[in-house]
Ligand binder design. Sequence first.
Ligand code: 5AD
Length: 325
Amino acid sequence: MGRLEQDQELRAALRATAGRKRREMYGLGVYVRGLIEFSNICKQNCMYCGIRSSNRRAQRYRLHPDEILECCKEGYELGYRTFVLQSGEDDWYTTDMLVSLIMEIKRKCPDAAVTLSIGERDNECYTRLFQAGADRFLLRHETASASLYQSLHPTMTFDNRRDRLRALKEIGYQVGAGFMVGLPGQSLEDLAEDLLYLQELDPDMIGIGPFIPHEGTPLRHEPAGSLETTLDMIALTRLIIPGALIPATTAMGTAHPYGRELALQAGANVVMPNLSPVAVRPKYTLYNGKICTGDESAQCRFCLELRIREAGFDMDMGRGDSLKR
Ligand code: 5AD
C-alpha cells in the first residue's frame, strides 16, 4: 500500500474516532448561533484579512446599535438563542454603547446568550461588557507560533494576544480561541503548537478554518490551506479537548461544497448561520469566495437545517453553553 493510501486510512480512522468522541460528549445535536457581522471597519492590518485597514477597496459599513438589536429580535423570533456580535476592531462602538446594546438584547431576548467577537480591548472594557450580560467571547489566537504571528500581525503583538485571552477567562467569559490552517509559512510543527496551546488554555470554544487568500491583501497569491489538514486539526482538537464547542466554520464551507458537513463528521458540533442584513453581507469579506452572501441566503437557518439533517445530525436551537458551565 502506498503512503497516501495509508495516510487516507489513518485520516478516516482519526475522523471516525473524533466523531465518536463528539457523540459521547454532545450526542448528535448541532448548536446554532446567529452571526451578526455589524461592522467591517478595522484599525488592525492583519496580512491575511480582507477587512485589514489598508485594504482601500473594501466597502466599509457600520450597523447602528438599533439595527443590530433588530437583527437579534428577528433571530429570536426564528428561534435563535445565541447571538454572535462580530466586527472589525472598530472603536466607534464605545464601551458605553456596547454596554447599552448588550443590556437591550438581554432585555428583549432574556434566555439568549450573547457572544462578542470584537477583538482586543482593555480589561475595563471586557469587564464592563461582561457585567452588562455578555456571556462568551471569541478571540482566535490565530497561530501559536510567535514568529509567524508577528509576521502576520504588524499592528499587534503575540504576547498581548495571549494576555487578552487570559484576561477574558479570568473575567468569567466562556472563551473561544482558534487558528487558521495553511497560513503561508506555517509548518506542521506550528500546528502541533496550536494544539498544545489549546490544551494549556483549555478554552470553551475553538474555531478552526483553512486560510483562504483575499485579493485585497498582500497574501493574495498564496495558496489556500488544505481542507484535509484542517479536518485533521478539527478531529485532533476534539480528542484533545473533548468538551470543546467546535464550529463547522464558514471558511470550511467556502473551501469545499460539503466542508461544513465534513467538519461535523470530524468532530465539530456548532454552526453559525449569518443573521446580518443581506445588504451588508457581501461587504464582510475576510477571504475570497465567502459563501452565503447573496440574496438567496436570507434564510440561512432553513438551508442549514436541511443540510445538518442530511449529514445525519439534529439541529439544536438551545443556548448550547460549554459543558464546563
Ligand atoms: N482566511 C481564512 N480565515 C480568515 N480569517 C480572517 N481572514 C481570513 C482568511 N483570509 C479568520 C481569522 C479571524 C476570523 C474572524 O476569521 O481567524 O479570527
